[in-house]
Each structure stands twice: as structure tokens, then as C-alpha cells.
Ligand binder design. Sequence first.
Ligand SMILES: Nc1ncnc2c1ncn2[C@@H]1O[C@H](COP(=O)(O)OP(=O)(O)OP(=O)(O)O)[C@@H](O)[C@H]1O
Length: 332
Amino acid sequence: MPNEQILLDIQALRTRFYTEAGPVAAVDGVSFHVNKGEILGVVGESGCGKSVTAQSVLRLFDERRTASYEGRISYDGRDLLGLSERQMRDIRGNDISMIFQDPLSSLNPVYTIGDQIAETIRLHRRTGKKEAYRKAVDLLRLTGIPAPERRVGEYPHQLSGGMRQRVMIAIALACEPGLLIADEPTTALDVTIQAQIMELIVSLNRKLGMSVMLITHDLGLVAEVCDRVVVMYLGQVVETADARTLFAKPRHPYTIGLMQAIPRLDGDRSKPLKAVEGSVPSLHDVPGGCRFAPRCAYADDKCRNDMPELTGLKDGTAVRCWHADHIDGMEA
Ligand SMILES: Nc1ncnc2c1ncn2[C@@H]1O[C@H](COP(=O)(O)OP(=O)(O)OP(=O)(O)O)[C@@H](O)[C@H]1O
């Protein structure tokens, strides 16, 4: 029986790119889900496949030339990988919206922000121009933009970075999507504005019941706002747990490493941060066995030879590690 709590269900997703050096699987057998009304954090270092996973959900890669998808992605019971391009266009922005790190590159410089919000509304809804414009003003107000009646007639370059990200959020919300995918939404902004934008996203999640998939490097942010967390490494999920369990008892050595890299406001800040040693290997040179083994202090021959499966534990956590049952995250 389908679980009615689940809004987005990704099963064994594999996204391959055809590169000059041959095909690579940037996402390689990824499975996780997003529940209705929750904020799910997706974390991992740069290059682990977080953005490719998100963009695969919306099928943003060119399937004729650059990429292919395998597996299953279902949204509210609909099989997204089986939809036509026309049907997918209806899903994008209507059921699932996405906001990116750099709002300037997603906004059109020659149209006012009001035109751009109204356009999104009219793309998916039978709405007159005036009505769509009125809704644009309401959306700007909802995202906390001061004097929205005036701002609606301005162009992107007239707004600050934080205001532009609010406009992107207004566009993303225009058709009341069930799921907002936020890919590093605050990285390009200064710290105070970052906090305001995150507060806005959390308040919209609470007010509108909209699910959020939040992609970020920032585990401190995840601890503050996320209900559950997916940790990715080199195209795979290595750990998934509810946020409280993950922070109390991280199981995968990679998760433990990421946590040790979180700056602590209350700790001794004169000590250098302990980050995960080494770097993420190239997709053209994926290690056999456990992909994290070359960087892992616990790795033995079994790890180097056999790939562990993502295995569910009693507390609802799932971990991809041969040693998960005897690693104590608080000690490592
Ligand atoms: N169009 C593409 N063609 C070939 N390889 C790609 C393409 N897009 C992404 N990749 C590769 O896929 C891998 C995963 O990239 P992705 O952007 O998903 O990482 P990420 O975890 O989101 O990192 P970041 O936090 O830096 O965005 C990287 O090795 C990247 O080089």
C-alpha cells in the first residue's frame, strides 16, 4: 500500500552524463523520500551529486544529448520519469519549484519583477493580466519585500541580492507548489540576509504546509531547520536519519567527519577545524568497494573490496557502512 505521507519518492535513481571521457554516473543508485510538510536536508561536500539529484527530479538535463535517467521518481503518486516533456513542464513551477544559489542568473534583466511573477502564474493558471499582477504584489508581500506595490514595477538590477532571492521565492511560490527544492539558497548572501531568507523558507513551510528539500553544505543550518537528513557521498546516499538522531549519533564515518567540521560558536574557536581529510575523487575514478574507503580511518580490506548496501537500522536510520554497528559517532 502506498504511504500517504510520502510526497516525493526517489528509488534507485541513476543519472548518467555522456562526457568526452566516457559516460559517468553522477547519481548512482540514490533512494530517499520527502514526506508531506517536512523539511528534508540533503548534505555532502561539493561534487557529491546533490544538485544533480535535485535537477533530475525536475528532469532539467537534456535527455537527447547529455544525460539519461534510470530508476523511479514519483511525485504524489505520479511517475515523473514516465511523463512527456509537455507534462513535465506542467509539473515544474506548478507542483515542484526550485530556487538556486544565484538569483540574478535566473531572473530576466529586461522584464520587471512583477511581469516575471505574473508570467509564471499565467503559464499555469487561467488568470487575467490584472489579477496575476495583483497576485504578484501579494506574493512579494508574503516574502517580506517592503513596499511591494512599488517594487513590483522594478527591474532585477534595482534590487539587492537578498531582495532578488525573495523575488525568486515569490516566483517559486506563485502556483502554490507542494514541494520547494532549495539548492544552496543562501550561499551567495551575507550572513544576516542568509538568516532572514532561511526564516522565510521555514515560515512558508509552516504556514503553507509546503515540503522543502534543502540542499546545503551547512550542517549547522540543517540542525536548526531540518526534520530529516540525507547525507550523500560520490553519487550515493551514505546515511539517512531524522535530524535529531543524526546529530546525536552519526553512524557513517563520512557524516562524523562532516560534523567535526562544523564551526562551534561555544567551543574553542582558536583550534583549527577538523575537516574530512582528502577530497572527493573524480567520477572517472570511482573507488571499488566502499567509495569512502580511501578517506576513511576505519577502512579495512572488506571495505576496499565490497560495496556496502544502504542498510536500515532499528532506530529508522539507514547507513552504508560495514562498521556502522560499532562506530560511536560521539567518540570518533
Ligand atoms: N552536465 C554535466 N556533465 C557532466 N558532469 C556533470 C554535469 N553536471 C554535474 N556533473 C558532475 O556531477 C557531479 C555531481 O555534481 P553536483 O553539482 O550534483 O554536486 P553537488 O553535490 O551539488 O556539489 P555543489 O555543492 O558544488 O553543487 C560532479 O562531479 C559534477 O562535475
